[in-house]
Ligand binder design. Sequence first.
Ligand code: RFL
Ligand code: PHB
Length: 390
Amino acid sequence: MKVQVCIIGGGPSGLLLSQLLHLQGIDTIVLEKYSRDHVLARIRAGVLEHGFAKLMREAQCGERMDREGEIHHGFHIAHDGRLDRVDLHRHSGGNSVIVYGQTEVTRDLYEARDRLGGNVVHNAEDVTLHDIASDAPYVTYRAGDEVVRIDCEYVVGADGFHGVSRRSIPNDVLREYEKVYPFGWLGVLSRTRPVSPELIYVKHARGFALCSLRSQVLSRYYIQVPLTDKPEDWSDDAFWAELKRRLPDEVAGRLITGPSIEKSIAPLRSFVAEPMRYGRLFLAGDAAHIVPPTGARGLNSAASDIYYLYHALIDHYRKGDDKGLDGYSERALARVWKAQRFSWWMTTLLHRFPDRLPYDDQLQQTEMAYLLSSETAMRLLVENYVGLPF
Ligand code: RFL
Ligand code: PHB
């Protein structure tokens, strides 16, 4: 089989790129390791920036997002028993974010791919990249006993942090920058009314917490836990009790609890791989970079990669202009590092670090006080949270 662009990974990055390219008459195949049900069972991001939403609309996948997603003009920061509001709308000059789950984004993208007859292969095992430094790369995968070969012009590695694409770049070319945080987030999804119509990020002496939502009947809560904890260690009752301890009294008093529908622990990590291009391989999304979820940047960073790559491929196929492809890595990384900086900053501001010094506590408190008293500091936060321009 021969296609123009072979995309590895059927998460939001891979599906969005294949949909956008298809609409421009560029031929793609998506190779996904797992079943569709498996991909759609993952609960991840909840906050989308406008740049991402715009791309979804351009991909003709924005209809349900615009109907069911909630526009949020602000969020809250809870600290020292108080609740302060961050006014996204005011400090960004009218911008906001959309609360719409990544699971729904992915579902909409799959449905759009089906509508156009897009080629998405599930349960593609042993995906292997070949000759990516040559002008004739190809990818093989196994379907049962059969090995299938896809010849292509370009390969896009959108196969997440644990994928194979990044590992196909030779060690003497690839540079990796990594920071692993000494804690994780225990997340619970429950069919209960959210405690607040807007998100609440909580800084507390017992550790960080986050009150988020998927809709007015579906809540998503997180608490910071040690890396050694397992989801089975936490009964629903223990989770709700710990969350309540970290919330200001007036918020804890109105928290509605219920059985968890999903419970999982995500370790917190910052990671960047450079370069994001090697020969005919282009990396996009979590395959190239990871952020701790505190700043809600992960999926949104993937969106700018897809935007740059999509336009670079159009320029190549339409005009024979390769400037976009040649500059892709540098351009994408410039924005990726800004998302890294912001996510690290939000994480440092709000979490309790086990090895911190009393000096670090003082700095953290000063940072919070400064943020809440300075319009300039607040604007910096908001500019990054609503998303820097692509
Ligand atoms: P994904 O979603 O990991 O998809 C990669 C796909 O590739 C497949 N795959 C392979 N396919 C073929 N062959 C192989 N060898 C393969 N290996 C893997 C996988 O099965 C998968 O389907 O990467 P993608 O598409 O780049 O998307 C990135 C986002 O998923 C991620 O950045 C966000 O979820 C991060 N994130 C958030 N981002 C936001 O922008 N806003 C948020 O509010 C937000 N909240 C979060 C988050 C991530 C979280 N976790 C669990 C880390 C909250 C949490 C808790
Ligand atoms: C979520 O709803 O899952 C969520 C929201 C905001 C974040 C991280 C996760 O910063």
